[in-house]
Design a protein around this ligand. Structure first.
Ligand SMILES: Cc1cc2nc3c(=O)[nH]c(=O)nc-3n(C[C@H](O)[C@H](O)[C@H](O)COP(=O)(O)O)c2cc1C
Length: 397
C-alpha cells in the first residue's frame, strides 16, 4: 500500500524552522493565487466544489461553513484553528505542527481572506506547549515575509479533553471553564465573543492551499463519492510500527493496519480514538471514509488476547474523568457505565447489568449535550454486539 501525501507533502521536505526553505517549495503560492485571481466568494465556491469536509471528527462541509460565516452580519469575524488534539491515540496534528507550520499559517490566512476576518487563533493543546516557541517563530517569520492580511495568535489550551469541542473551546478562549454551549446558535452566526466564527481542525485547513493551487476538480477526483481527498491517521497499539500516514479516502482499514503498520493477529481496531467505532477483524475491509469508519484520525489496534471488558473499563474511566459535569446524561451515565464495567471486570455483574448498560448507553447517546457524552458509550455498544459472549461470560450465573 502506498501513501498519497497531499496534506503531509511538505513534511520532511522543508525545514520547518526556516521559512526560506518553505518559500522555495512554493510557499504562499496559494495565498497569492487566492487574492490575485479570486474574490472571497470564489474561494468559498471552490471549497464547496472540492467537497472538503472537516477532519476533526464531525465531517461538516468546510465550504458551507465558510459561506454561512461570511454571510453572517457584523464587521468582526474570527478564524480558529483547533489544535487541541485531545482524542486518545491521535498525534497526527502534532506531526503537522512540528513539520509544516507555514502551510497551516498560509491556510489560516486564506480562511481569513475568504470570510473577511482580521484575527485568527490557534488553540494549542496544553500538552503541546513545547511547540510554542517553534510555532511563535513560524508566525513571526510568516508575518515578516509576507502581508498575511490577518493577525494570528496562539492560545494555550486549558488541558481538558472537552476543550477540543468547539463551543467549549470558545468558552475557554473567552476565559471561562471549558464547557459546551447549548446550540443553536452555531459558530458561523455566533461563535467567539458571539461573533461569526469559522473553526477548523488543523488537518482540514492543511487541505486548503492544495485545493487553491490545483483546483477543486483535482481534489474532488481523489477519494469516494461522499469523502473527497485524503485522510491522515495516527496508528498505534498492537502494531509493528506506530506511525502517521496519509491515504486516499476509501482505503480499506486493512491496508493501513496490516499493510502500513504491519499488524497481525488482530482482534479489533478502534477507529477514531476512545470515542471511535470498533471494527472487529472480520470487517477489516471497511473503507476509511465518512460512509465507512473515520472519526478524528486515530487508529488503535488491539491484538488477539486483549480483554474487551478491561479496554471498555479504561475507556469509560477516561470519559468519566474528562466529563465536564454540565449535563446529567453524561455526568451520571459515565459513572454508571464505569460501575457496571467494574462489576463485569470482577465477574460479579448480574444479567440485568447488561440491559442496564444498553439502556444507559442509549440515553447518553440521545440526551448528552455534546459529542463527549454522545460518543462515550461507542466502545461498549460496538463490542456488546461483536463480542457479546465476553460480556456474558463475566455475568454471575
Ligand atoms: C469532546 C470533543 C472533543 C473534540 N476535540 C477536538 C480536537 O481536539 N480537535 C478537533 O479538531 N476537533 C475536536 N472536536 C470536534 C470539534 O467540536 C469541531 O467539530 C471541529 O473542530 C470542527 O473542525 P472541522 O470541521 O475542521 O473538523 C471535538 C469534539 C468533541 C465533542
Amino acid at each position: 500500500m502506498t501513501e498519497q501525501r497531499l496534506v503531509l507533502q511538505n513534511c520532511g521536505r522543508v525545514d520547518p524552522a526556516n521559512i526560506d526553505s518553505w518559500l522555495a517549495a512554493g510557499g504562499f503560492a496559494a495565498l497569492d493565487r487566492a487574492r490575485a485571481e479570486h474574490t472571497p466568494e470564489e474561494v468559498i465556491a471552490w471549497l464547496k466544489a472540492s467537497g472538503l469536509r472537516g477532519r476533526g471528527g464531525a465531517g461538516f462541509p468546510t465550504g458551507l461553513k465558510w459561506e454561512l460565516t461570511s454571510k453572517s452580519a457584523g464587521p468582526e469575524r474570527y478564524v480558529i484553528c483547533n489544535a487541541d488534539e485531545g482524542e486518545v491515540g491521535t498525534f497526527k496534528d502534532r506531526y503537522i505542527l512540528e513539520r509544516d507550520p507555514f502551510t497551516l499559517i498560509e491556510a489560516i490566512a486564506i480562511a481569513c481572506y475568504a470570510i473577511g476576518a482580521r484575527r485568527a487563533f490557534i488553540y494549542l493543546r496544553d500538552e503541546y506547549r513545547d511547540l510554542l516557541p517553534h510555532l511563535r517563530n513560524a508566525i513571526v517569520a510568516a508575518h515578516s515575509s509576507y502581508p498575511l492580511g490577518c493577525e494570528i495568535q496562539i492560545r494555550e489550551a486549558a488541558g481538558a479533553y472537552v476543550c477540543g469541542e468547539e463551543s467549549g473551546l470558545m468558552e475557554s478562549i473567552e476565559g471561562r471553564r471549558g464547557e459546551p454551549r447549548f446550540r443553536p446558535p452555531f459558530p458561523p452566526s455566533s461563535g467567539l465573543w458571539a461573533k461569526p466564527t469559522v473553526i477548523q481542525n488543523v488537518e482540514t485547513l492543511m487541505n486548503v492551499p492544495a485545493i487553491i493551487r490545483n483546483g477543486p476538480e483535482w481534489f474532488a477526483g481523489i477519494g469516494t463519492a461522499q469523502s473527497k481527498g485524503t485522510k491522515v491517521f495516527s496508528v498505534s497499539g498492537d502494531v509493528a510500527q506506530s506511525c502517521v500516514c496519509e491515504v486516499p479516502m476509501g482505503t480499506p482499514l486493512r491496508e493501513v493496519v496490516e499493510g502500513i503498520a504491519g499488524a497481525h493477529d488482530i482482534k479489533m481496531v478502534q477507529v477514531g480514538g476512545a470515542s471511535g467505532r470498533v471494527v472487529p477483524s472480520a470487517r477489516l475491509d471497511t473503507p476509511l471514509a465518512y460512509e465507512g469508519v473515520l472519526g478524528a484520525g486515530a487508529i488503535t489496534v488491539y491484538g488477539e488476547g486483549r480483554d474487551t471488558i478491561e479496554i471498555g473499563l479504561r475507556t469509560l474511566e477516561f470519559f468519566a474523568e474528562e466529563c465536564c459535569g454540565k449535563c446529567s446524561p453524561c455526568r451520571q451515565g459515565c459513572e454508571a457505565l464505569v460501575g457496571i464495567l467494574e462489576r463485569l471486570a470482577q465477574s460479579r455483574a448480574r444479567a440485568s447489568d447488561l440491559s442496564l448498560l444498553r439502556d444507559i448507553a442509549d440515553n447518553m447517546m440521545l440526551a448528552s449535550l455534546c459529542g463527549l457524552g454522545q460518543a462515550a458509550p461507542n466502545f461498549v455498544v460496538d463490542t456488546l454486539q461483536a463480542f457479546g459472549d465476553e460480556y456474558l461470560a463475566r455475568v454471575l450465573a
